[in-house]
Design a protein around this ligand. Structure first.
Ligand SMILES: C[S@@+](CC[C@H](N)C(=O)[O-])C[C@H]1O[C@@H](n2cnc3c(N)ncnc32)[C@H](O)[C@@H]1O
Length: 141
């Protein structure tokens, strides 16, 4: 299988990724990347990833994040280049994708589920407060 690697900054709306793949793919897989960004940046990145999808039923952004069971108890995050990344719980994650949905053509459905993982199984203290939150944001109409 031929694979092309396109190195791009997700915060760049003029990137090679956008220029090459806008509105052209069926599935975007976004694994463990949102946690680098602020709320506003995450909105921008989510909208950008949706913008890579073909405009048809079944097109989907799928991925996972590390989420807190309750973000109000989440440990302070160190800032990256002066910006503090936003840590999610399920409610804030749903809110983010609700905002992404606004203004989109068509209807999308967000599904979420918890993924069990050996890393968390071996660290019960972390498992008690956080988990791998998997998601899909799929065009349904
Ligand atoms: C925790 S790693 C996850 C790597 C891989 N996706 C996985 O699931 O194992 C986070 C990734 O986000 C990438 N990343 C961080 N900021 C980025 C940006 N502005 N644009 C593109 N990728 C970024 C990093 O280079 C790193 O590869």
């Amino acid at each position: 299988m031929k694979v092309e690697f396109i190195e791009s900054d997700l915060l760049d709306g003029q990137s090679k990724l956008v220029a090459t793949l806008a509105e052209s793919v069926d599935i975007v897989y976004a694994a463990l990347v949102f946690h680098h960004f602020t709320w506003e940046q995450q909105l921008e990145v989510a909208r950008r990833l949706v913008g890579l999808l073909q405009s048809r039923l079944g097109s989907v952004v799928v991925g996972r994040i590390v989420a807190y069971r309750d973000r109000t108890g989440a440990p302070e995050r160190a800032s990256i280049q002066g910006l503090t990344p936003f840590s999610h719980d399920l409610d804030s994650w749903k809110k983010l994708w609700g905002m992404v949905h606004e203004g989109l053509e068509g209807q999308y459905g967000l599904e979420t589920w918890e993924q069990t993982d050996r890393w968390f199984e071996e660290r019960p203290a972390w498992r008690d407060i956080s988990y791998y939150l998997c998601f899909s944001f799929r065009r349904v109409r």
